[in-house]
Design a protein around this ligand. Structure first.
Ligand SMILES: [Zn+2]
Length: 63
């Protein structure tokens, strides 16, 4: 199974990287049964900040 990080959307290699597994409530039915969405996130800060795409040559800055 391929894990994707919920924070950076990058792949997580369970054999080399540490990660948390999270569960989010998707919905509940009338009887109270809860459906869960399971997710994973890197434990350490996510990978290097390599640019994903050059958007018109402009640099992005935090506001
Ligand atoms: Zn990540």
């Amino acid at each position: 199974m391929t894990l994707l990080c919920e924070r950076c959307f990058g792949p997580i290699d369970p054999s080399r990287e540490q990660y948390f597994q999270l569960a989010h409530i998707a919905h509940a039915d009338r009887t109270g049964n809860v459906a869960w969405n399971h997710a994973a996130v890197h434990t350490a800060p996510c990978g290097s900040a390599e640019p994903v795409a050059d958007v018109g040559g402009e640099q992005r800055r935090a506001a």
